[in-house]
Design a protein. Sequence first.
Length: 108
Amino acid sequence: MLFTKVKLKLLAVNSNKRCRKVYDINRLKSHEVRKSFNTELKNRFAALADLKNETDHDSVECSWKRIKDSFTDAAKKAIGFKEKKSKKWLSADTWAKIEEGERQKRRC
């Protein structure tokens, strides 16, 4: 006779992954939204220019972080994020057929 030992190791699901939020770029087609986004960016870059004049010895990484933050903040405020639309997995017809099948099983 042959005996073996089998060990199974389950993979842990990484539940702390964050979904990347996507900006709703289609809203920029609207003239009002585009105008508000542009004015928001101009205001933020004017403030960045004032800061740059005060501190000329900033590193490239620090300057990039400020530029990136100004774009993301302006986009959050003016454009907003896309909302995730979830589709129903089962339609009403499918649910009706499932219930009909269950009723027929109970009759037997």
